[in-house]
Design a protein around this ligand. Structure first.
Ligand SMILES: Nc1ncnc2c1ncn2[C@@H]1O[C@H](COP(=O)(O)OP(=O)(O)OP(=O)(O)O)[C@@H](O)[C@H]1O
Ligand SMILES: [Mg+2]
Length: 228
C-alpha cells in the first residue's frame, strides 16, 4: 500500500549536506500496524509528512496504492489525502467552541469532490460510536478528558473512511492508562482493516505493533517483530 523509493529530504534552512531523511526505501503492506521509533530529531515526523502527502519537497518516490504522489497536482493530492488518509496528532487540535459531533463532522464542509457518505452528521455519529463516545456527541472539548479528546480526534480522522491512519505520538499527551485505551482502539481499528502507522516513544505502543521501524539520524533501520 505504501512504498517509498530512494527518499532523500533536506529542509531548505538546513546546513549544506544536512539531510532529515537519507536513502529511505520502505514498503508497508495493507492492513499492517506499524510503529516508527527513534530519538528526537531522527526524522520520524518528516517521514510521516511525506507518506501523508503533507510535504512535497523531497527527491525519490512516495507511492500510495501504486500512485506516485509526486506526480499528482496539488488538487489531486489533497483529494487523495481526503479519501485515503486520516491523521492523528499528539495535540488533539480540536475546535474549542464546537461540540464533539461538530468537530468530527466539520471537515465534510471542506471536502472537494464526492465523499462516500450521504449525511456528515450521521457519519460523525458512526465514527464517534466506533471510539466509544456516543454519549458525548454534544460535549465541548473543554469538558472532555485527554483520552476523550484524542478519541474525538480519531473519530474525525475516520470521517472519510480512509484506508490509512497516520498518527504522530497519539499517546504522547496521555497518562499510561488512557494511552492504553487509545492503543486498544488502534488495535481494534486495525483488526477492522485499517492500515495504521504510529510514531511513538513508548515501548507499550511499539509492543502492540506488528512491525517496528527505527529511524536513526535520517536513516532507516527496519526491525522485525515487535520486541522493541
Ligand atoms: N520545518 C523544518 N525546517 C527545518 N528543519 C526541520 C523542520 N522540521 C524538522 N526539521 C529538522 O529535521 C530533522 C528531523 O526532524 P523531525 O521533526 O522529523 O524529527 P522527529 O523524529 O519527529 O523528532 P521528535 O521525536 O522530536 O518529534 C531535525 O534535525 C529537525 O531539526
Ligand atoms: Mg516528531
Amino acid at each position: 500500500m505504501i512504498t517509498l523509493k530512494n527518499i532523500n529530504k533536506r529542509y531548505k534552512t538546513a546546513a549544506e549536506g544536512e539531510y532529515a531523511l537519507r536513502d529511505i526505501n520502505l514498503h508497508i503492506d495493507e492492513g499492517d500496524l506499524v510503529a516508527i521509533v527513534g530519538t528526537s530529531g531522527s526524522g520520524k515526523t518528516t517521514l510521516l509528512n511525506l507518506i501523508g502527502g503533507l510535504d512535497r519537497d523531497y527527491t525519490g518516490q512516495v507511492l500510495i496504492d501504486g500512485q506516485d504522489l509526486g506526480k499528482l497536482s496539488d488538487r489531486a493530492l489533497s483529494d487523495l489525502r481526503n479519501r485515503k488518509i486520516g491523521f492523528v496528532f499528539q495535540q488533539f487540535s480540536l475546535l474549542d467552541h464546537c461540540s464533539a459531533l461538530d468537530n468530527v463532522a466539520l471537515p465534510a464542509n471542506f471536502a472537494r469532490g464526492p465523499v462516500n457518505f450521504a449525511n456528515p452528521k450521521q457519519r460523525a455519529i458512526e465514527t464517534l460510536k466506533a471510539v466509544g463516545l456516543e454519549h458525548k456527541l454534544n460535549a465541548f472539548p473543554g469538558s472532555l478528558s485527554g483520552g476523550q479528546k484524542q478519541r474525538v480526534a480519531i473519530a474525525r480522522a475516520l470521517l472519510f473512511k480512509p484506508k490509512l491512519l497516520l498518527c504522530d505520538e497519539p499517546t504522547g499527551s496521555l497518562d499510561t492508562q488512557t494511552g492504553q485505551q487509545i492503543i486498544n482502539i488502534f488495535q481494534e481499528l486495525n483488526r477492522e482493516g485499517y492500515t495504521i502507522v504510529i510514531i511513538t516513544h513508548e515501548a507499550r505502543v511499539s509492543a502492540a505493533a506488528h512491525r517496528v521501524i527505527r529511524i536513526e539520524d535520517g536513516h532507516l533501520v527496519d526491525e522485525k517483530g515487535a520486541e522493541a
